[in-house]
Write a protein that binds this ligand. Structure first.
Ligand SMILES: NC(=O)c1ccc[n+]([C@@H]2O[C@H](COP(=O)([O-])OP(=O)(O)OC[C@H]3O[C@@H](n4cnc5c(N)ncnc54)[C@H](O)[C@@H]3O)[C@@H](O)[C@H]2O)c1
Length: 275
C-alpha cells in the first residue's frame, strides 16, 4: 500500500549494490511513494551492473561517485540537481566498508591504514556528503538526510571490529552536523540502527549467522528486515517526521532494550557453560 508520502520530492540514494542492499529496498519504496531520485555508488560497485536494473524499474539515473572523494560528491550534487530539476528533499547514506573486516584481521592487531579507510568510507563520508550539500545549498529547507547504523556503536559485538568505531563516529556526526545544518537551513539528519540483515556488507562480518540468530532470539518482535527499514526511511524523508532530527532510531524488533529473553533462557538454562 502506498501513501504518496514522497510526492514531488527529489533525492539521492547512495549504496544500492544489489537486490539485497538496504538502499535497494529504500529506492523501491521511495519510487512507490512518488519520489524522483538519482542512484549513486562507487565506480567499482557499478561494474556489478545490478543497479541499472533498479534504475530502469524506478525511472532513475545512475551517477558514479566514490563517497570519500569530495570532488566526486560536488559533481554528483550538481548533476543531480540538474537532472531532477531543483534542490533535493532527501539523501540516503547507506554505505559501509571495512578492509580490516574483509581481510579478517584481529581487532587487537588492526592495520591502521585500513582503519583510516574504514572510518573514511563508513563515517567521515557522511560529513563530506553533508558538507558538500550545505556548501552548494543543495538540500531544501526541512529536507531530510538518513544514514544506517548498528548497535555496535554503543556495545561490544566481538567480531564487528573497527566498524564499531565507524558507527560511533557516524552517530556523532548525525548529532553534530544535525545541529549546524538544523540551525542554518532546518535540514534534518537522523540514523536508523538496523537489525542484522543478510546483505553483502552484513555477511562480510565474521560469525554473521550468530549475529542474526542471536538477535532474532533476543528480540520480542524478531529481527527487522530491510523492508521495514525502508518504511522507516519513508517516514523520515516525509513531512510526517518534520520535527525529528539528530536521532538514532532503533529498527530492531526491540533488541536494544533487552537483557535476556525466554528463548535464550531455555537455550542456556542447562548448558553447563559456566560450570
Ligand atoms: N546488513 C546489516 O546487517 C546492517 C545492519 C546495520 C546497519 N547496516 C548498514 O547499512 C548500510 C548499508 O549496508 P547493506 O547492509 O545494505 O550492505 P551493502 O553491501 O548492500 O551496501 C553497502 C554499500 O556501500 C557501498 N560503498 C562501499 N564503499 C563505497 C565508496 N567508497 N563509495 C560509495 N559507495 C561505497 C557499496 O558499494 C554498497 O553499495 C551500511 O552502512 C551498513 O553498515 C547494515
Amino acid at each position: 500500500m502506498t501513501h504518496n508520502l514522497l510526492k514531488d520530492k527529489r533525492g539521492i540514494i547512495f549504496g544500492a549494490l544489489d537486490e539485497y542492499s538496504i538502499a535497494w529496498k529504500v529506492a523501491q519504496k521511495a519510487n512507490e511513494e512518488g519520489a524522483q531520485f538519482v542512484l549513486s555508488n562507487s565506480p567499482i560497485a557499478l561494474r556489478k551492473k545490478d543497479i541499472y536494473e533498479l534504475a530502469k524499474q524506478s525511472n532513475s539515473q545512475v551517477i558514479a561517485a566514490d563517497i570519500t572523494e569530495v570532488s566526486d560528491l560536488e559533481d554528483l550534487f550538481e548533476e543531480s540537481m540538474q537532472i531532477l530539476g531543483g534542490k533535493l528533499d532527501f539523501v540516503l547514506h547507506s554505505v559501509g566498508m571495512s578492509p580490516n573486516v574483509r581481510k579478517n584481521i584481529p581487532y587487537t592487531e588492526l592495520d591502521y591504514n585500513y582503519f583510516f579507510k574504514t572510518l573514511d568510507v563508513s563515517a567521515i563520508s557522511l560529513h563530506k556528503v553533508l558538507s558538500v550539500a550545505k556548501r552548494l545549498d543543495a538540500i531544501k529547507e526541512w529536507g531530510s538526510v538518513v544514514t544506517l547504523s548498528y548497535i555496535a556503536s554503543q556495545r561490544v559485538f566481538s567480531s564487528y571490529s573497527d566498524m564499531a568505531q565507524a558507527k560511533a563516529m557516524l552517530e556523532s556526526i548525525v548529532r553534530q552536523f544535525g545541529y549546524h545544518y538544523g540551525v542554518a537551513k532546518n535540514v534534518r539528519i537522523n540514523s536508523v540502527s538496523q537489525s542484522p540483515t543478510r546483505t553483502t556488507a552484513g555477511v562480510g562480518v565474521s560469525g554473521f549467522n550468530a549475529f542474526l540468530n542471536y538477535a532474532d532470539a533476543m528480540s520480542p518482535l524478531g529481527n527487522a528486515d530491510s523492508e521495514s527499514c525502508a518504511n522507516i526511511c519513508m517516514f523520515l524523508f516525509s513531512d510526517l517526521s518534520k520535527m525529528l532530527t539528530m536521532q538514532n532510531l532503533f529498527n530492531d524488533g526491540g533488541f536494544s532494550s533487552m537483557g535476556i529473553s525466554n528463548k535464550l533462557i531455555n537455550q542456556y538454562i542447562d548448558c553447563g557453560c559456566a560450570e
